[in-house]
Design a protein around this ligand. Structure first.
Ligand SMILES: C[S@@+](CC[C@H](N)C(=O)[O-])C[C@H]1O[C@@H](n2cnc3c(N)ncnc32)[C@H](O)[C@@H]1O
Length: 451
């Protein structure tokens, strides 16, 4: 790997001679592979019991694990069931340090492909709302898939400039994550391509963008709300300098010191921030700072108290929802063209239109008197919640055949099925099928098929 002298000199200045040597030696070590367990669907302890992967815990992340680089966790039915997300261990830290709780209104401003949003969404446990945004439409599509695979139902996915979100939402969120676009110095060992893009756009280029994003985010935070700013780069001009600038520019913002853990370092020249270096932790490079907008109590008027009226639902939709043992609040059901969505509980009425890739959980489509359930609904269900469920062991060859989109035949023991069935692997939903005698017509979403 060819790293510019200029960058290495800057690192030497930043770290001092001795630590710099240790940093350079870290490039000879193998890159690390990590996965994070989806606590919406399974506990880390249960996951360890059922997986074939050889896992070792990431010491500072409760649901984070290292796996061996020669294993292929993305070719595993449990991956298709959304039980885990593949993520470099240091990158697990920002979402872990933003204290998100059920009921929060969370904005992940630079969210694609969803490494942090998936964790934030899991922490909401279906209550409150997560708005995940990325300016890049193509990256936002990957984000949407990851969030839906993960089974998060209270999401909105947008692809907008932060200023447009600010004009629409105003001060609305009580937790904001900015995982800012950056020069990526902390990822050189993991991804050699980062070195090439670094030559094109270095720290100074990104510092301008970061300030623009932060400025919009401050205005979207309610008083008392928390903001976690993170990058995967080392240059202070993208890290501590941005935080210092924010504190000077917005006197309502204050820095909340982050707790250090073994291997983590304090901010450079600004105590209370947190840095991760590849020569000190088993992970790549990261920077984080937690801030709060001052004022002790939140504004009461943020969410409109205006309540929607109960809506009459089409009969075919009512009939399908009766197969699910969960109460749907019909005021949150939103129909656009033939698609039916279930909006998050605090979805605000907005004046201006945003580029939404998704508003809430996609329940399905109304098709000439029928209702066809959608893949995201299957992923958001628990096995016991759907009337007719079929669960196969991971070793049953029909699991992969189902994921490939093939028609499946039931055994005599399984009996005959009629109508919609939720297909599961070891009790974890994969998608829908429609039973007709001993045949299951495959309804797995074609765009997600096993390749
Ligand atoms: C570091 S990556 C985010 C990684 C993501 N948080 C994750 O954990 O998977 C930064 C993202 O910011 C997006 N981005 C760049 N400029 C932006 C802007 N002005 N507003 C919002 N997103 C932006 C990029 O498209 C990129 O996906």
């Amino acid at each position: 790997m060819k790293i510019s002298k200029d960058f290495l000199n800057r690192m030497k200045d930043l770290l001092g001679e001795e630590e710099f040597e240790a940093y350079v030696r870290s490039f000879e070590e193998e890159r690390l592979y990590g996965l994070r367990v989806n606590t919406l669907k399974i506990s880390p302890e249960e996951f360890i019991n059922i997986t074939d992967l050889s896992l070792k815990p990431v010491p500072w992340i409760r649901n984070g694990f290292y796996y061996n680089g020669d294993e292929r966790p993305a070719k595993d039915p449990y991956y298709y069931a959304g039980l885990y997300y593949l993520q470099e261990p240091s990158a697990m830290t920002p979402a872990d340090l933003l204290p998100v709780a059920p009921g929060d209104r969370v904005l992940d401003l630079c969210a694609a492909p969803g490494g942090k949003s998936t964790e934030l969404g899991a922490r909401l446990q279906g209550k409150g709302m997560l708005v995940s945004n990325d300016i890049s439409n193509s990256r936002a599509k990957a984000l949407l898939k990851n969030l839906e695979l993960w089974g998060i139902e209270n999401i909105c996915v947008t692809s907008e400039e932060p200023g447009k979100l600010k004009d629409t939402f105003g001060p609305f969120f009580n937790k904001i994550l900015i995982d800012a676009p950056c020069s990526g110095e902390g990822m050189f060992r993991k991804d050699a391509d980062m070195v090439k893009s670094y030559e094109e756009h270095g720290p100074e280029y990104y510092a301008v963008i970061q300030k623009e994003i932060v400025a919009q985010a401050v205005d979207m935070l309610v008083p008392g709300g928390l903001m976690l700013y993170s990058t995967c780069t080392f240059s202070p001009c993208e890290d501590e300098d941005i935080i210092r600038w924010m504190l000077e520019e917005y006197e309502e913002m204050e820095l909340l010191p982050l707790p250090l853990f073994e291997g983590a370092s304090d901010g450079i020249g600004l105590s209370g921030c947190l840095r991760l270096f590849p020569h000190k932790v088993k992970g790549e490079g990261h920077f984080m700072a937690l801030l709060r907008k001052k004022q002790s109590h939140e504004r009461e008027d943020i969410i409109s108290k205006e309540t929607e009226k109960e809506k009459p639902l089409p009969e075919e939709l009512k009939e399908f929802l009766s197969l699910i043992s969960r109460q749907f609040d019909t005021r949150r059901i939103y129909m656009k063209e033939d698609c039916v969505y279930y909006l998050p509980e605090c979805f605000p009425k907005q004046g201006k239109k945003l580029r939404y890739l998704r508003t809430g959980l996609l329940l399905g489509e109304l098709k000439k008197g029928r209702f066809e359930p959608a893949q995201p609904l299957a992923m958001a269900l628990k096995q016991g919640e759907f009337k007719q469920t079929i669960s196969w062991n991971k070793s049953d060859e029909r699991v992969i055949r189902y994921l490939k989109g093939e028609t499946i035949f039931l055994t005599e023991e399984e009996g005959q099925k009629k109508g919609w069935c939720l297909i599961c692997v070891d009790g974890h939903p994969l998608g829908f099928a429609k039973g007709s005698g001993n045949t299951l017509k495959n309804k797995y979403y074609p765009g997600w098929r096993w390749q």
